[in-house]
Design a protein around this ligand. Structure first.
Ligand SMILES: Nc1ncnc2c1ncn2[C@@H]1O[C@H](COP(=O)(O)OP(=O)(O)OP(=O)(O)O)[C@@H](O)[C@H]1O
Ligand SMILES: [Mg+2]
Length: 582
């Protein structure tokens, strides 16, 4: 389909048509461009017919079968069911999930533009040239600038060699150039799919696996067949995290500039099937309390309860296993922090995202060279340093992404001196959490533990046939009995596996505390709690999952509680205290 045009005219026309047809689809603009070019070369107007194939194809594209760049092939066997097709980076990449009935497994297929042999050759030539010519300050450029630079480079390469390519081929080649030089190359489509939680590669010539929101851990049709390619991919991942991975330092643990968490091993040094990696995708928009309720990770009542706890400065630890959703719950609950409060967050990798203005986000950084006598490399700033620095900033709320070392002790001292702190921790019960807190390397004295008011135990559990996340228990730390050296706890909410429901266990010391503090009667407390429940239910009903929008309702509640409650109850048809109009 190559258009036989002189390159100069071609370029001029591209510019002109870009200005004129901003609102049209890529197909329309290409057609338009094609027409104009023909008109320009030919002194007399000519009729231009589009190739029949393209017209026919357009109908297919409209039916969701891909685009003019990428055609989604038909599944022509009875053995598989197509579960869904989703655009990932439209109009170039798509994801299709199929169910293989014989193997009883799902497969995630990545569908990208197909290249002809000629296009492949050109792509390789351009890549080679770019590898040689990209300047040292390439890494410092922004993503948008990089894409623009690459786009121009492709055009310049083709013009300088007087190569004639039709616009579709040019776009396809540019897609691959951008994918490989700015994106995540081979796994770029996976990294652009919001349904993908993580991507893992277990070695050479092994299918890549992903954790999919809906289908959980599933196989993909991607693999690194060539060991060298895989090794250089892993080195590239290291560079994205500002770290080096090599034979002498074969284990990598880092975060890319975009916030994705990377774990990798190099070559066959420590993992026998070759280099491996796991990338945990960063979630741009944090989960809100509404998401947590929609997942049934907590009930609206529990969220209302946590709201009261956060507002009244009750420190909390969210404990659970790996990937049980601790950080997501922490972030959701932190949205209840009153708007003017000063917040300092500390994390190893940037995950928490808050709408508050008075917020200082901090992250640790690794140093350079050998570790010194204190176990730290030159320039290293660890969690302990950050927690100590945070205390000098006089925050009202301190959030430590995850505690595991000596910073925990400092965090407990901060709690004991009146700061509210939130953190997550690896432990699956209150008992194992206390055990970890009291023993090295944390070694917090039991008496200090009572500064902690709430413990949430979250877990990934199986309900029916699916894996879900649930807050299994919401426990209050009530006090400490000196004679027996026992911590006294009270379970406020508990999750029942059989019914998949949450039960209020009958008593909350938080309610007692608020009633004493604010001189409220039992009924008034009940009423206040119900107001929060109504607001939460309203937000769930309206599906307010945007954290800024949700935060604005919370801010309004802090400013003018009566007005907003009345408004919401009217919209919901609620009279008072949860009673519905007949
Ligand atoms: N309540 C939830 N329901 C469904 N999916 C969730 C929920 N919470 C978190 N997730 C998903 O689970 C993954 C892990 O979440 P998150 O990072 O919060 O877990 P974590 O317990 O903090 O993990 P880690 O142990 O690595 O710190 C994320 O990809 C997130 O999208
Ligand atoms: Mg976490």
């Amino acid at each position: 389909m190559a258009l036989s045009l002189k390159k100069k005219e071609d370029e001029d026309e591209v510019k002109e048509s870009e200005e004129e047809v901003i609102e049209t689809s890529p197909l329309e603009s290409i057609k338009d461009m094609y027409l104009k070019m023909i008109m320009k070369i030919s002194p007399n107007p000519v009729k231009v017919m589009l190739p029949h194939g393209e017209v026919a194809l357009k109908e297919d594209w409209d039916a969701g079968k891909g685009s003019q760049y990428t055609q989604i092939p038909e599944v022509d066997t009875e053995k598989v069911d197509v579960e869904e097709v989703t655009p990932v980076n439209e109009p170039f990449s798509y994801a299709r999930i199929i169910y293989d009935k014989e193997a009883s497994e799902y497969l995630y297929q990545v569908i990208e533009p197909e290249l002809s042999e000629k296009e492949k050759d050109i792509l390789e030539l351009i890549k080679d040239t770019l590898r040689k010519t990209l300047s040292y300050d390439w890494e410092a450029l922004s993503k948008v600038t990089k894409e623009e630079y690459l786009r121009n480079s492709v055009n310049a390469y083709l013009s300088s060699r007087n190569m004639k390519l039709d616009p579709i081929s040019r776009e396809k080649i540019t897609y691959y150039i951008i994918r490989d030089f700015v994106g995540f190359g081979h796994v770029d489509a996976l990294m652009n799919d919001d349904n993908v939680e993580d991507v893992s590669c277990d070695g050479v010539d092994v299918p890549l696996f992903i954790y999919h929101k809906k289908y959980e851990s599933i196989k993909t049709d991607l693999r690194f067949e060539d060991e060298k390619v895989l090794n250089s991919f892993v080195i590239g991942l290291g560079q994205r995290c500002g770290k080096q991975i090599s034979v002498s330092d074969p284990i990598l643990d880092g975060t890319t500039v975009e916030g994705h968490r990377v774990q990798a091993t190099y070559s066959r040094e420590v993992t026998t099937r070759g280099s491996t990696f796991t990338i945990r995708r960063y979630k741009e928009k944090p989960f809100t309390p509404v998401d947590i309720i929609k997942f049934n990770t907590a009930s609206p009542e529990m969220i209302a309860y946590l709201w009261l706890a956060v507002e009244h400065g009750e420190s909390m630890i969210i404990a659970g296993g790996t990937a049980s959703g601790k950080t997501a719950t922490l972030n959701a609950i932190a949205l209840f922090i009153p708007p003017g409060a000063k917040i300092v967050t500390m994390e190893d990798t940037r995950e928490i995202n808050l709408p508050h203005e008075n917020w200082i986000p901090g992250t640790t950084r690794s140093g350079v060279g050998e570790k010194g006598a204190d176990g730290k490399a030159a320039g290293e700033i660890d969690m302990y340093d950050l927690v100590r620095a945070a205390l000098r900033q006089r925050p009202n709320y301190i959030i430590v992404g995850e505690v595991r070392g000596k910073e925990t002790y400092t965090m407990f001292q901060a709690m004991a001196t009146g700061h509210t702190t939130y953190s997550t921790m690896h432990a699956d019960s209150v008992k194992s959490m206390v055990n970890r807190l009291e023993n090295p390397p944390i070694s917090t004295p039991r008496i200090l533990l009572t500064a902690l008011k709430n413990v949430l135990i979250q877990a990934q559990v199986r309900v029916g046939t699916t894996m879900v996340r649930r807050i299994k228990m919401l426990v209050e730390i009530v006090g400490f009995e000196a004679e027996t050296n026992e911590l006294i706890t009270n379970t406020v909410y508990e999750w029942e596996q059989a019914s998949d429901k949450f039960r209020f266990k009958g008593h909350s010391f938080l309610f007692d505390k608020i009633m004493t503090m604010k001189n409220m009667s039992h009924e008034e407390m009940q009423d206040e709690f119900q107001r929060r429940i109504d607001i939460i239910n309203y937000m769930v009903r309206e599906d307010i999952t945007d954290f800024m929008e949700l935060a604005s309702i919370i801010v309004r509640y802090y400013k003018e509680p009566d007005i907003i409650v009345e408004e919401i109850r009217e919209k919901m048809g609620i009279k008072r205290g949860g009673e519905m109009f007949a």
